[in-house]
Ligand binder design. Structure first.
Ligand SMILES: Cc1cn([C@H]2C[C@H](O)[C@@H](COP(=O)(O)OP(=O)(O)O[C@H]3O[C@@H](C)C(=O)[C@@H](O)[C@H]3O)O2)c(=O)[nH]c1=O
Length: 181
Protein backbone atom coordinates (compact mmCIF):
# COMPACT_ATOMS: atom_id res chain seq x y z
CA UNK A 1 0.00 0.00 0.00
CA UNK A 2 1.21 3.48 -0.85
CA UNK A 3 -0.02 6.56 1.00
CA UNK A 4 0.43 10.11 -0.28
CA UNK A 5 -0.51 13.26 1.59
CA UNK A 6 -2.14 15.75 -0.78
CA UNK A 7 -1.72 19.55 -0.86
CA UNK A 8 -3.96 19.58 2.22
CA UNK A 9 -1.76 17.15 4.13
CA UNK A 10 -4.48 15.64 6.35
CA UNK A 11 -6.14 14.30 3.19
CA UNK A 12 -4.41 11.09 2.18
CA UNK A 13 -4.51 9.24 -1.14
CA UNK A 14 -4.20 5.51 -0.54
CA UNK A 15 -3.11 3.12 -3.28
CA UNK A 16 -3.66 -0.45 -2.12
CA UNK A 17 -1.41 -3.22 -3.37
CA UNK A 18 -3.53 -5.16 -5.84
CA UNK A 19 -2.59 -8.81 -6.46
CA UNK A 20 -3.68 -9.82 -9.94
CA UNK A 21 -3.62 -13.39 -11.19
CA UNK A 22 -5.36 -15.63 -13.73
CA UNK A 23 -8.52 -15.62 -11.57
CA UNK A 24 -8.82 -11.87 -11.26
CA UNK A 25 -7.49 -9.77 -8.38
CA UNK A 26 -7.30 -9.52 -4.61
CA UNK A 27 -6.56 -6.55 -2.39
CA UNK A 28 -7.12 -5.49 1.18
CA UNK A 29 -9.69 -2.72 0.86
CA UNK A 30 -9.21 -1.86 4.55
CA UNK A 31 -6.61 -2.80 7.13
CA UNK A 32 -6.90 -0.87 10.40
CA UNK A 33 -3.19 -1.05 11.24
CA UNK A 34 -1.98 0.06 7.79
CA UNK A 35 -4.64 2.76 7.63
CA UNK A 36 -3.65 4.15 11.04
CA UNK A 37 0.02 4.22 10.04
CA UNK A 38 -0.74 5.85 6.69
CA UNK A 39 -2.94 8.61 8.11
CA UNK A 40 -1.48 9.06 11.59
CA UNK A 41 -4.98 8.63 13.02
CA UNK A 42 -6.74 6.13 15.24
CA UNK A 43 -10.45 6.17 14.42
CA UNK A 44 -13.06 3.48 14.77
CA UNK A 45 -15.26 3.19 11.70
CA UNK A 46 -18.92 2.66 12.54
CA UNK A 47 -20.79 2.75 9.22
CA UNK A 48 -20.23 1.40 5.68
CA UNK A 49 -22.13 3.04 2.83
CA UNK A 50 -22.71 2.19 -0.82
CA UNK A 51 -24.27 4.50 -3.40
CA UNK A 52 -24.76 4.02 -7.13
CA UNK A 53 -25.00 6.97 -9.49
CA UNK A 54 -25.21 7.65 -13.20
CA UNK A 55 -22.78 9.68 -15.26
CA UNK A 56 -22.91 13.36 -14.40
CA UNK A 57 -24.45 12.85 -10.96
CA UNK A 58 -22.76 15.10 -8.41
CA UNK A 59 -23.25 14.51 -4.68
CA UNK A 60 -21.89 17.18 -2.35
CA UNK A 61 -20.42 19.14 -0.82
CA UNK A 62 -21.57 17.42 2.36
CA UNK A 63 -20.58 17.44 6.02
CA UNK A 64 -22.11 17.09 9.48
CA UNK A 65 -21.54 20.12 11.69
CA UNK A 66 -21.92 17.90 14.78
CA UNK A 67 -20.86 14.27 14.77
CA UNK A 68 -18.45 15.14 11.92
CA UNK A 69 -17.59 12.09 9.88
CA UNK A 70 -14.19 11.05 8.62
CA UNK A 71 -14.69 9.12 5.38
CA UNK A 72 -12.56 6.52 3.67
CA UNK A 73 -13.93 6.46 0.14
CA UNK A 74 -13.41 4.30 -2.93
CA UNK A 75 -15.05 3.21 -6.18
CA UNK A 76 -15.85 -0.46 -6.91
CA UNK A 77 -17.33 0.18 -10.35
CA UNK A 78 -16.77 3.09 -12.71
CA UNK A 79 -14.89 6.32 -12.04
CA UNK A 80 -15.48 9.53 -10.11
CA UNK A 81 -13.65 12.74 -9.36
CA UNK A 82 -13.66 13.02 -5.57
CA UNK A 83 -13.19 16.26 -3.63
CA UNK A 84 -12.44 17.28 -0.03
CA UNK A 85 -12.78 20.89 1.19
CA UNK A 86 -11.13 22.08 4.40
CA UNK A 87 -13.87 23.59 6.62
CA UNK A 88 -11.75 23.99 9.75
CA UNK A 89 -11.58 27.71 10.50
CA UNK A 90 -8.05 28.57 11.58
CA UNK A 91 -6.53 25.83 9.44
CA UNK A 92 -3.80 27.11 7.08
CA UNK A 93 -5.76 25.48 4.24
CA UNK A 94 -9.25 26.66 5.33
CA UNK A 95 -11.52 26.98 2.28
CA UNK A 96 -9.11 25.11 0.00
CA UNK A 97 -9.94 21.88 -1.81
CA UNK A 98 -8.09 18.83 -3.07
CA UNK A 99 -9.32 16.09 -5.38
CA UNK A 100 -8.44 12.81 -6.99
CA UNK A 101 -9.86 10.46 -9.59
CA UNK A 102 -10.97 7.23 -7.97
CA UNK A 103 -11.88 4.34 -10.22
CA UNK A 104 -12.31 0.61 -10.53
CA UNK A 105 -9.13 0.66 -12.62
CA UNK A 106 -6.82 2.48 -10.20
CA UNK A 107 -8.52 1.21 -6.98
CA UNK A 108 -7.38 4.40 -5.23
CA UNK A 109 -8.98 5.47 -1.97
CA UNK A 110 -9.21 8.89 -0.37
CA UNK A 111 -9.15 9.59 3.37
CA UNK A 112 -11.30 12.65 4.06
CA UNK A 113 -10.93 13.54 7.77
CA UNK A 114 -13.63 14.98 10.03
CA UNK A 115 -13.85 18.75 9.49
CA UNK A 116 -13.95 18.50 5.71
CA UNK A 117 -16.73 18.87 3.17
CA UNK A 118 -16.91 16.01 0.70
CA UNK A 119 -18.36 15.42 -2.74
CA UNK A 120 -17.89 13.59 -6.01
CA UNK A 121 -19.01 13.63 -9.61
CA UNK A 122 -19.44 10.51 -11.74
CA UNK A 123 -17.23 10.38 -14.84
CA UNK A 124 -18.26 6.88 -16.09
CA UNK A 125 -21.65 5.59 -17.28
CA UNK A 126 -22.35 4.42 -13.74
CA UNK A 127 -20.38 4.33 -10.50
CA UNK A 128 -20.62 2.27 -7.34
CA UNK A 129 -19.20 4.40 -4.52
CA UNK A 130 -18.25 2.76 -1.21
CA UNK A 131 -17.18 4.48 1.98
CA UNK A 132 -16.60 3.90 5.64
CA UNK A 133 -17.41 6.61 8.17
CA UNK A 134 -16.06 7.36 11.65
CA UNK A 135 -19.41 8.54 13.00
CA UNK A 136 -23.06 7.77 12.37
CA UNK A 137 -25.33 9.52 9.90
CA UNK A 138 -27.03 12.40 11.73
CA UNK A 139 -29.46 14.12 9.36
CA UNK A 140 -30.19 16.96 11.81
CA UNK A 141 -26.52 17.99 11.59
CA UNK A 142 -26.18 17.54 7.83
CA UNK A 143 -24.99 20.58 5.90
CA UNK A 144 -24.33 21.21 2.22
CA UNK A 145 -22.18 23.82 0.50
CA UNK A 146 -23.06 24.53 -3.11
CA UNK A 147 -20.88 22.43 -5.43
CA UNK A 148 -19.92 25.40 -7.63
CA UNK A 149 -19.29 27.97 -4.92
CA UNK A 150 -17.00 30.53 -6.50
CA UNK A 151 -14.94 31.17 -3.36
CA UNK A 152 -13.98 27.49 -3.15
CA UNK A 153 -13.67 27.10 -6.92
CA UNK A 154 -13.51 23.32 -7.28
CA UNK A 155 -12.37 22.09 -10.70
CA UNK A 156 -14.63 19.03 -10.98
CA UNK A 157 -12.84 17.65 -14.05
CA UNK A 158 -16.30 17.32 -15.58
CA UNK A 159 -17.85 19.39 -18.37
CA UNK A 160 -21.56 19.97 -18.51
CA UNK A 161 -24.40 20.43 -16.10
CA UNK A 162 -24.26 17.89 -13.25
CA UNK A 163 -27.34 16.11 -11.94
CA UNK A 164 -27.98 17.16 -8.33
CA UNK A 165 -30.45 16.18 -5.62
CA UNK A 166 -33.01 18.86 -4.72
CA UNK A 167 -31.17 19.26 -1.42
CA UNK A 168 -27.78 19.75 -3.07
CA UNK A 169 -29.18 22.24 -5.59
CA UNK A 170 -30.03 24.42 -2.58
CA UNK A 171 -26.62 24.21 -0.97
CA UNK A 172 -25.31 27.15 1.06
CA UNK A 173 -22.67 29.58 -0.14
CA UNK A 174 -19.32 28.98 1.56
CA UNK A 175 -19.30 32.51 2.97
CA UNK A 176 -22.61 31.82 4.78
CA UNK A 177 -21.89 28.22 5.78
CA UNK A 178 -21.43 26.94 9.32
CA UNK A 179 -17.89 25.67 9.63
CA UNK A 180 -15.79 23.94 12.26
CA UNK A 181 -14.21 25.98 15.08
C1 LIG B 1 -25.82 9.55 3.84
C2 LIG B 1 -26.98 8.70 4.32
C3 LIG B 1 -28.23 8.79 3.72
N1 LIG B 1 -29.28 8.05 4.17
C4 LIG B 1 -30.56 8.16 3.48
C5 LIG B 1 -31.21 9.53 3.56
C6 LIG B 1 -31.89 9.71 2.22
O1 LIG B 1 -33.23 9.24 2.28
C7 LIG B 1 -31.10 8.82 1.26
C8 LIG B 1 -30.19 9.59 0.34
O2 LIG B 1 -29.42 10.49 1.15
P1 LIG B 1 -28.55 11.64 0.51
O3 LIG B 1 -29.28 12.25 -0.61
O4 LIG B 1 -28.09 12.53 1.62
O5 LIG B 1 -27.31 10.79 -0.06
P2 LIG B 1 -25.96 11.33 -0.68
O6 LIG B 1 -26.22 12.57 -1.45
O7 LIG B 1 -25.31 10.20 -1.38
O8 LIG B 1 -25.13 11.73 0.61
C9 LIG B 1 -23.78 11.36 0.73
O9 LIG B 1 -23.01 12.18 -0.15
C10 LIG B 1 -21.60 12.00 -0.08
C11 LIG B 1 -20.96 13.02 -1.00
C12 LIG B 1 -21.08 12.03 1.31
O10 LIG B 1 -20.02 12.55 1.59
C13 LIG B 1 -21.88 11.28 2.31
O11 LIG B 1 -21.43 11.52 3.62
C14 LIG B 1 -23.34 11.57 2.19
O12 LIG B 1 -23.58 12.92 2.58
O13 LIG B 1 -30.35 7.91 2.09
C15 LIG B 1 -29.12 7.18 5.23
O14 LIG B 1 -30.10 6.47 5.63
N2 LIG B 1 -27.91 7.06 5.82
C16 LIG B 1 -26.83 7.78 5.42
O15 LIG B 1 -25.71 7.65 6.00
Amino acid sequence: MKATRLAIPEVVLIEPKVFGDARGFFFESFNQKSFNEATGTDFDFVQDNHSRSRKGVLRGLHYQIQQPQGKLVRVARGAVFDVAVDLRRGSPTFGQWVGAELSEDNQHQLWVPPGFGHGFVVLSETADFLYKTTDYYAPAHERCILWNDADIGVDWHFDGEPQLSAKDAQGTAFKDAEVFA
